[in-house]
Design a protein around this ligand. Structure first.
Ligand SMILES: [Zn+2]
Ligand SMILES: [Zn+2]
Length: 256
């Protein structure tokens, strides 16, 4: 299995997932067509399918151009999004299997950012769109804090070594925000320093791992003593349960 990260639009990432045995490939979240087509030609892989994590235009904007150029087996998306994903042909839901060449992936239903949001898990590679970012999470456009908390908990239950291939390069701002909640968390501080170095030379900060996210992502840290103390100090009325803590962190990030 080979994963090729393709920077798209301003800060999106699309991914080519290639079955090394058969040379068949899928593209995950093609924001636009041209750079993806170029990369497919360069890599000389055979595009078999599009895997969309959700319907937003910056994740599906290239679907039509790819379909014009290639005969694809399927365009995947959550079963509720037939009307919203261009070229949609195969609806999937939690636990479904997706095959690309000889690779087999599993679908995880993770609503919150969008009602029909899914992740695709191939081996230890998680393609999670705009649900989980490096040190962040997606805005609650179509879902509730409770749903998003459930979706993030589901992703946290994956093995620590699982690689997080998310949909955007937002890490630097996310970590700056994380430090306002846990200024003494040296793991966040160290990661922020590393990430600033990477971004200064235009290098990606994605992928991360589930293990790293559990240690540095404020949207997964409802159990952190320091984060709870910061919130208690600023919002003494806030109930100290995971969902309200998550909801408050999300609200603060929206205003950051
Ligand atoms: Zn989105
Ligand atoms: Zn997006």
């Amino acid at each position: 299995m080979k994963i090729i990260q393709i920077p798209l639009l301003r800060d999106n990432y699309g991914y080519l997932l290639v079955c090394s045995k058969t040379n068949k490939a899928a593209v995950i979240d093609p924001s636009e067509g041209e750079p993806v087509l170029k990369r497919i030609a360069q890599e000389k892989v055979e595009l078999q399918a599009i895997l969309n994590t959700h319907h937003h235009r910056d994740h599906t904007g290239g679907n039509e151009e790819l379909l014009q150029d290639h005969k694809l087996d399927e365009v995947y998306g959550h079963k509720s999004d037939a009307e919203r994903i261009p070229g949609f042909s195969r609806g999937v839901d939690d636990g479904d299997e997706v095959r690309i060449g000889e690779l087999s992936g599993k679908v995880l239903f993770i609503p919150g950012h969008a009602t029909g949001h899914v992740a695709y898990l191939f081996g230890s590679a998680l393609f999670c769109g705009d649900t989980l970012f490096v040190a962040g999470c997606g805005r609650l456009f179509e879902g509730t804090a409770e749903q998003m908390h459930g979706s993030l908990s589901k992703l946290m239950s994956l093995p620590d070594a699982t690689k997080v291939y998310c949909g955007h390069e937002y890490t630097e701002t996310n970590l700056r925000f994380a430090l306002t909640l846990e200024p003494k968390n040296y793991k966040i501080a160290a990661k922020y320093e590393k990430v600033q170095g990477l971004r200064a030379r235009g290098a990606p900060t994605v992928p991360s791992t589930i293990g790293e996210e559990k240690e540095t992502n404020p949207f997964l840290r409802w159990d952190s003593k320091e984060l709870r103390e910061t919130l208690k100090r600023d919002y003494p009325e806030l109930p100290m349960n995971p969902v309200s803590i998550f909801a408050q962190v999300r609200k603060l990030k929206d205003q950051f």
